[in-house]
Each structure stands twice: as C-alpha cells, then as structure tokens.
Design a protein around this ligand. Structure first.
Ligand code: CUA
Length: 196
C-alpha cells in the first residue's frame, strides 16, 4: 500500500510550534468549559428567579413624563404611601436627578405593598436590598413592583442605574413599621417620614 503523504500540518514542525492535534484538543477543552459555565449560570438565573420571586414586569404602562407634575397619578399631592380600600398600600414615587420624591416613605409590615414609580428625566434604578424589589425606572413608563415586608426596619433604597454625576448620592428610605403604628400616623408622616 502506498503511504499517504502527511498533510502540511502533520509534518514535523520546527521547535516551539504546537502541532494541530494539540491545538484542536485544547480548543475543544476550553469550549466545553465555556459551555458548562454558561449552562451553570443559566440554571442559577432561573433558580434564583423562582426562589427569590424575581420576575420582569408583566405590565407595560406609558405616561407622559413632561406633564407628571401637572396632572394625573404622579402629581405632588398623590406621591408617597396611600392606603387602599382592601387594606393594602400603594407607594408612588418619582425618580429624578438626583433624588426620589418623596425621599422617605412609611409602609406597614406584613401588608401587601405596591410600588409605582416613574422618572421625569433619565433612566434610574430602584432596589431594596434583601427583598424582591429591583426595577429600572424609565421615563415615559410606569414601573410597578409588589412586595411584602415581613418585619419592621429601615430599608435603604439606592438608585442602581448610573444616571449622571450625582448618581452615587441618590438614596432614599422605606421605613417599615408595625401596622398599629402605621395606622396611627398622619398622612404627612407616612408620605415623608416627617415626624420621627
Ligand atoms: Cu438615579 Cu442613578
């Protein structure tokens, strides 16, 4: 049998050059490792979204960000915490460079809380650490997040979307208090934490 002449890449190579077979094997190993990492990350993402009840907003609600202060749901007198007829509360906030309005809100513990936010300038973020509350606040849209605080405490609320030079100073608070204390407070105290 006539011997097949070796391919150009199978011929003996000068010192220091890696043969094709070694290159192919190494690449296959790295591709396998990368695919495994992607699969692990996807599994973590799906699992945490179920366990932590993290989910994307199911509603798309638009709003005219130029007239927020003039009329509609987000006029100044309507911001802060509002008690609903069914006993739940709704918190309305405006995110703007570089503050949340109002900067502090009071909500009752062990009660369904619905946050409704919008922005009147650029994209901001709204995050309550250790809860399932985490959303972007996009001008022209209303972001809605629902949660329930199991115990009283002070939750800091950082803007977590870079929104300009003052971004790092954009913080607010959610003060969770027992239901009795909440019910006994006046509107101003609930909406702005005015009286400590
Ligand atoms: Cu608002 Cu960052």
């Amino acid at each position: 049998m006539a011997e097949t002449p070796p391919g150009p890449l199978q011929r003996p190579l000068p010192d220091g050059t890696v043969p094709e077979t070694v290159v192919v094997r190494t690449e296959e190993h790295w591709v396998t490792i990368m695919v495994a990492m992607l699969v692990i990350m996807m599994v973590i993402l799906v699992l945490t979204s179920f366990v932590g009840t993290l989910h994307p907003a199911s509603n798309v609600e638009v709003i005219d960000s130029r007239t927020l202060h003039l009329r509609g749901e987000f006029v100044e007198s309507n911001l802060g915490t509002a008690l609903e007829p069914d006993g739940s509360v709704t918190v309305r906030l405006i995110a703007q460079q570089y503050d949340f309005v109002p900067r502090c809100v009071v909500v009752p513990a062990d009660t369904p809380v619905k946050f409704r936010l919008t922005s009147d300038d650029v994209i901001h973020g709204f995050l309550l650490p250790d809860t399932n509350v985490n959303t972007m606040v996009v001008p022209g849209f209303v972001a809605e997040v629902r949660t329930r605080f199991s115990k009283p405490g002070d939750y800091v609320m950082p803007c977590h979307e870079y929104c300009g030079l003052g971004h790092q100073a954009m913080w607010a608070h959610v003060r969770v208090v027992p239901w009795d204390q909440f019910a006994g407070q006046g509107l101003l105290e609930r909406t702005s934490c005015a009286i400590q």
